[in-house]
Design a protein around this ligand. Structure first.
Ligand code: ZN
Length: 318
């Protein structure tokens, strides 16, 4: 099983999309309104496909269903994670996601959605929304009911290389001029709280105010998850988050390093530069599954990698 598995993304065209994924990674995007690339996905709404090797042409969903040995025989009906690149050429709606328990009960047994963002690139004046200022639920209700969005929402300037952890229940929004990598639970459940009054085909998009109020964490609590940069000969590494659903690390390879794959699976996203992973050449924009039992990945070159493992929580209903 000593084989790295490469994927071709599934693209989504959206109102707020752009063409940065072509500019940055040379992807053959379907149009200049490409907002999302589901780069490692087994979700039925858009699954990524293996390119080359033993499993050429198969979807990640089919690998999960028919080759569970690649994932160390892990339990679970669904592959647990989803990795996306998002190109926001306009503001995304203000939104919130449910946790596992709420999603299970209200969304047909689906997973909740905790997510995290690594900023790949952004405009100089770009910002992001995470959390809110309401001190209690009553104030939250009043601010939302009164449309006092500027007062309610916490907005931060962002820079390339920033990282944000967004547990389920956190109000958030990606804003215009942001290109980011998102690692999340394998879920597509979003509750839209506010959409800047925009119209799509002459109508406002649906809002989910009741569901949002049900799931928003109040008061907001900040999640500071990042470790210090660890510097070694030839590379640097940093924990971005080590959470219940996923652990995500940044590796900055300057010459070479060997990385052990000790997990049911490991995901590698090459976010800049190029080099070798064992005998395979890789470059920015490549997304790779390192299967169970692979052993050590020898990395050589000048590149930045985001490496993700599953958080190894037990499935919800066994
Ligand atoms: Zn989200």
């Amino acid at each position: 099983m000593k084989e790295l598995i490469f994927f071709k993304p599934f693209f989504k065209q959206v109102l707020w999309g752009g063409h940065k994924m072509k500019d940055f990674y040379g992807y053959s995007i379907p149009g200049d309104d490409t907002g999302e690339a589901w780069v490692i996905s087994a979700h039925p709404n858009g699954t990524s496909t293996v390119v080359g090797g033993t499993y050429d042409g198969q979807t990640l969903k089919s690998l999960w269903e028919n080759h569970r040995e690649l994932f160390g025989g892990m339990d679970g009906k669904e592959f647990p994670l989803l990795v996306k690149i998002i190109d926001a050429n306009d503001h995304l709606s203000i939104q919130v996601h449910p946790d596992d328990e709420y999603a299970f009960c209200h969304e047909n047994g689906s997973q909740g959605k905790t997510e995290c963002w690594y900023i790949l690139d952004c405009d100089q004046d770009a910002d992001i929304i995470i959390g809110h200022h309401a001190r209690n639920r009553e104030e939250l209700q009043q601010m939302i009911g009164g449309g006092r969005w500027d007062e309610l929402l916490r907005k931060f300037p962002i820079r390339k290389g920033d990282f944000f952890y967004i547990p389920a229940g956190t109000i958030h929004a990606i804003r215009k001029g942001t290109l980011l990598l998102e690692v999340q639970q394998n879920s597509d459940t979003t509750y839209r709280l506010y959409d800047y009054g925009r119209l799509q085909d002459g109508k406002p998009r649906q809002l989910h105010l009741k569901e949002s109020m049900d799931v928003i964490t109040c008061p907001h609590t900040d999640a500071d998850t990042m470790g210090a940069v660890q510097k070694y000969d030839g590379y640097e590494t940093r924990i971005l988050v080590d959470g219940p659903y996923f652990s995500v690390d940044k590796w900055d390879i300057k010459t070479q390093v060997s990385i052990s794959q000790l997990y049911p699976f490991m995901l590698i996203d090459v976010i800049s530069g190029d080099g070798m992973l064992d005998t395979r050449h890789v470059k920015a924009g490549d997304h790779i599954l390192v299967p169970a039992g692979y052993g050590t990945v020898h990395c050589q070159g000048h590149m930045e990698l985001i490496i993700t493992h599953h958080g190894l929580t037990e499935p919800l209903c066994t």
